[in-house]
Design a protein around this ligand. Sequence first.
Ligand code: XMP
Length: 527
Amino acid sequence: MITLSQRMTLNQELNKILIIDFGSQFTQLIARRIRELGVFSEIVSHKKIKKKNINFNIKGIILSGGPLNVYEINKYSFDKKIIEKGIPILGICFGHQILSKLNGGKVKQSKHREFGLANIFKKKDSLLTKKFFNKKRIIKVWMSHADQVSKIPKDFSVIASSINSKFAIIENKKRSFYGVQFHPEVTHTENGKKLISNFIFLICKIKKNWSPKDQKLKLIKEIRDQVGQNKVICALSGGVDSSVVAQLLNKAIGKKLYCIFVNTGMLRKYEEKQVVKTFKKRLKINLIYVNAENEFIKNLKNISDPEKKRKIIGNLFIKIFERYAKKIKNVKFLAQGTLYPDLIESRSVTGSQTSKIKSHHNVGGLPKKMKLKLVEPLKFLFKDEVRKLGLELNLSKEIVLRHPFPGPGLAIRMPGHITKDKIKILKDADFYFIQALKDHKLYHKIWQAYAALLPVKTVGVMGDNRTYEYLCLLRAITSEDGMTADFYEFKKSFIQMISNKIVNSIRGINRVVYDITSKPPSTIELE
Ligand code: XMP
């Protein structure tokens, strides 16, 4: 196998699966599944793809889902000649509908819009569904559509149906065209990855050619291509994402990188010391430490609205970066550890009608007239992929396997007004909780855990005295990528021990509660 670096020197393109994006929220998930299967893929918007872009490196094409209707032909573009290139095609949801229409089938608005799980029933064998169905010839899939194929094209046959979708899977075996009405790329579809794997390996016959090392090399090359000889500042928080970005940029551009680590006063206990030790002393990265504690506290005074807090913090971060960028001189870029789920949740990446949940400070909170251009090398990756990349970049397990920590820090774990006293109390509670998780070997079983301080006081009794103090909320969740989450089930002895420890050691807290909501309907953070 020729490696990516060898190909890069030869200027040769890798064999790949081309994903044509019609605006689905799940397009990046398709790419992710293909990466997991060890194959290179590329996403191109339907607006940009032309027949001439389809060269011999493309071993298969996937047409994504999307919010469009196939008959609104002025809203999308798709060169029909692409399907005449003799390359295997898999259409997913909207992609299935467009593939059917282009081949002479019909699509209409279905009587029953289908959102959520549905059973599909096997009608016929196909390479696409080899070892996909269970023994009863049924499988649960995730549907999300209003329109559906009402007549399949000539020379196509039905592989599987659901009660509402007669043409849930169709194929034209001779031309290697496949259409699925559901989303095999989401984890809710049982065995969905098998279907994608069958398409790429059995039908497209592509060979494995992608690894975390290739991912690293590709990202380093893209950073170099984007920033050239310019200086870049990197917003380092000490969390996994920004640490990986910093190390990636360090490898890509070395001394042209200036990492700025802002102490907002709302970091975890001892965090600033650890970050300086790791990045300045161990990794020898250009690090500028800014103590902006007072500036943040002053700007957040009397602010309790969560979105306002996020915007203020986001704006202040950028102001500080711009201030330092001026001092460093000739800085053109700002690097950030934005991940794909951050993008999905805080803005519509595709232009589809996704609703905004929160303004992540590194995305939605950016001032409109920001003078620095963004470098966001992780913006199409998911958390677990970033962790693998971090290990590939020789970051320590301690950094890479650390629980995520949000940019706005403890501010969003303290509903209501923020004060120095509250921050101190919260830092201590969080420290005891996390330390106990580590001592009891629970830390790595949990995706994210933290303590929060609620803006209510309740009555307690300590010794013979009445107390009237804050309520501490503990949250510990399991998750795959932060998009959905469940609470972690502690043993009573552990939760009792940590509750005692917090109440007995910290002045200001006299009650501890454990959050048992999942996401959705809650979110992981409180604000
Ligand atoms: P939510 O609360 O949206 O959190 O369920 C999902 C994940 O994102 C983290 N998070 C953030 N990370 N800037 C970040 O860098 C932010 O503004 C932000 N808000 C939430 C959160 O900690 C969890 O891991």
